[in-house]
Design a protein around this ligand. Structure first.
Ligand code: HEC
Ligand code: HEC
Ligand code: HEC
Ligand code: HEC
Ligand code: HEC
Ligand code: HEC
Length: 439
């Protein structure tokens, strides 16, 4: 019986330490949530009107500032907590003067942002600035609940919720196990006592790790737990490799496909003319832009949206002019140009061969099948996952267009006999052979 007692007290220590570990991991989960809530305490700005502030912000500041992310300038939400209003008035009216005067805070902000000068706004009244600050002091709205059906399957950021649910469930199961074992232990002790058996509770103990190593059940449970946890992390890591779906970088010029390809119905191939005839679709040179923009120096009032003002769009066209060296007042080129470095969005690894003309011209696939409803994108992004599975799935499903293609007539006859079908998919034409896509 002594042996049993010894066993019991040891395993009790183990359960206790397990329980401790669990509570620890649970609190560290909970901690994730608290700081965010704490830092978002609203700050009342002196009597400003946030609605008017939003309007002023969008037309004057949004070209360089966002509320919650760094853009050309730093994020501005909660800026009233960082500086007092007197400083902010001076800064917005003329930040260069403030920096020149040697103001420590101003110099620091300037240097932290690579010494990019901020536009001076001498025309904004203090009341206007109060309103802008009132707007930047608004508490961030909760992210809207995801609308069912809009989630894109396989999108890498969708995994978060279900994964923490799984982790939570695992933790719960472990917790229940601990509690149950604890209860069983107690009952056994009571039974032992009732039968008049003395349970030695403070016998000399073996070190915990030794007891642990001896207890095969615990070792088993722990290793299963560890295995599951590591499999989960390895899986998560692998699924992210090379998948940049919805990648949406900020471009040097805010160029809207919605305005060009959507509202103004400019054909994709006007700008991406190479898609028809070559491997790459290509990004148009700025000369192509100037075909139209010699005459379009600003957008119509009606083009502005609550998110992007007319002033913002006009400034983007000005950026185009600066880049090609176009002086709109004299309507001539200055000869001083600086290339625009568009950020590349789609990028297959080097060992994959993909050819646009094969898909666009030969197979007659619409751009939108692979790139999504581009004509609605205010900001261009990666629509498809660009994984091997994605290419192959489509090759399995899509029939090759045979009509009017002499090259295929003969192959088609032979292959359709071989497969005994009328229509051939890209896969049956050899679209699954490794060598077709891999060098
Ligand atoms: C042309 C781009 C540009 C515009 C337009 C602009 N800013 Fe800035 N702003 C910056 C940059 C860049 C900085 C960082 C300091 C620096 O490098 O001069 C900055 C810094 C600031 C700061 C200090 C931030 C900090 O972290 O301390 C405030 C406040 C600010 N801007 C407010 C405004 C307001 C309000 C407007 C609109 C009325 C505005 N800015 C318009 C570029 C701009
Ligand atoms: C007026 C010229 C113009 C038209 C018309 C146009 N684009 Fe673009 N497109 C661009 C420019 C400039 C870029 C680079 C900037 C960007 O990514 O927003 C680009 C980028 C892209 C990219 C991302 C390239 C990358 O880096 O991976 C895709 C995909 C794309 N366009 C598809 C389309 C499709 C589909 C259409 C037709 C619905 C279309 N474009 C119409 C000019 C144009
Ligand atoms: C076929 C004519 C045409 C071509 C080519 C063209 N644009 Fe435009 N662009 C327009 C029109 C039309 C507008 C919208 C005017 C309006 O809304 O009043 C516009 C608006 C813009 C704007 C402001 C709205 C926005 O998208 O942010 C920018 C910036 C711009 N164009 C950049 C470019 C660049 C860069 C290129 C070359 C890659 C280009 N445009 C090629 C016709 C063209
Ligand atoms: C079968 C799918 C598919 C179709 C159809 C398709 N694309 Fe692409 N597109 C891709 C893939 C994949 C890439 C990435 C290529 C790479 O990284 O080498 C890409 C890249 C691009 C790029 C980036 C620059 C480049 O050439 O790599 C542009 C711009 C583009 N596509 C425009 C278009 C336009 C415009 C059309 C319609 C005329 C079109 N695409 C049709 C799959 C497609
Ligand atoms: C939307 C459907 C679709 C997607 C997505 C797609 N393809 Fe295709 N692909 C086709 C079709 C259809 C053909 C047959 C074209 C033909 O020859 O008539 C084809 C043909 C090819 C061929 C030539 C095969 C041969 O037999 O000569 C290659 C190579 C290829 N695709 C590579 C790719 C790669 C790489 C990707 C992914 C990055 C991809 N495709 C994504 C539809 C697709
Ligand atoms: C229709 C085109 C296509 C065919 C056919 C194809 N692959 Fe791929 N493969 C791809 C693309 C696209 C990628 C890049 C995936 C990524 O970046 O996530 C890729 C990636 C890979 C990788 C790298 C692993 C990874 O996930 O990044 C290996 C290995 C590979 N392919 C092997 C093969 C073998 C073996 C075959 C023949 C059975 C084959 N592929 C046939 C398009 C193809």
């Amino acid at each position: 019986m002594k042996k049993v007692g010894n066993h019991n007290s040891n395993s009790r220590k183990l359960f206790l330490s397990l329980a401790l570990m669990l509570t620890f991991s649970l609190t560290s989960f909970a901690q994730d949530a608290t700081p965010a809530a704490a830092t978002e305490a609203p700050v009342a700005a002196q009597g400003g009107d946030p609605v008017k502030g939003k309007e002023l912000f969008n037309s004057n500041c949004a070209a360089c500032h966002k509320l919650d992310a760094k853009s050309t300038g730093p994020a501005l939400r909660g800026i009233a907590q960082k500086h007092d209003m007197a400083w902010i008035y001076k800064w917005v009216h003329n930040s260069a003067d403030l920096i020149k005067s040697g103001d420590a805070a101003a110099v620091k902000v300037f240097e932290e942002n690579n010494k990019v000068p901020m536009t001076a706004f001498p025309a904004l009244s203090e009341g206007d600035i109060d309103s802008i600050i009132a707007y930047t002091s608004e508490v961030k709205a909760e992210a809207p609940a995801p609308v069912p059906g809009t989630a894109v399957a396989g999108s890498s950021d969708q995994g978060g919720i279900s994964n923490s649910v799984i982790l939570g469930a695992l933790a719960l199961v472990m917790a229940m196990l601990v509690v149950m074992l604890f209860l069983v232990n107690n009952v056994l002790r009571k039974v032992a006592k009732a039968n008049g058996i003395e349970v030695a509770s403070k016998t000399p103990t073996t070190p915990i790790w030794k007891a642990f190593a001896k207890n095969q059940f615990l070792v088993l449970v722990t290793s299963i737990f560890l295995l599951l946890a590591s499999a989960y992390f390895v899986y998560g890591f692998l699924m992210q490799v090379g998948v940049d779906q919805n990648y949406e970088p900020i471009q040097p010029i805010h160029y809207s496909h919605k305005i060009h390809a959507g509202d103004n119905e400019i054909n994709c191939k006007y700008c991406h003319s190479a898609a028809r005839v070559s491997k790459n679709a290509g990004i148009p040179s700025l000369n192509v832009c100037m075909n139209c923009h010699k005459n379009i120096a600003e957008v119509a009032e009606s083009t502005a949206t609550p998110e992007y003002s007319k002033a913002f769009y006009d400034e983007q066209i000005q950026k185009l002019y600066t880049a090609v060296g176009w002086d709109k007042s004299t309507q001539s080129y200055t000869g001083k140009s600086q290339p625009v470095k568009w950020v590349r969005i789609h990028n297959l690894p080097d060992f994959v061969y993909f050819n646009h003309s094969q898909h666009v011209t030969v197979a007659g696939i619409e751009c939108q099948t692979c790139h999504g409803p581009v004509e609605t994108y205010e900001i261009q992004k990666q629509f498809a996952p660009l994984t091997m599975g994605w290419c192959i799935n489509c090759h399995r499903k899509t029939d090759v267009k045979m009509e009017g293609n002499e090259y295929y007539t003969k192959i088609h006859e032979e292959l359709s006999k071989k497969y005994g079908v009328d229509k051939l998919t890209a896969a049956q034409m050899g679209g699954l052979e490794c060598g077709k896509c891999h060098y």
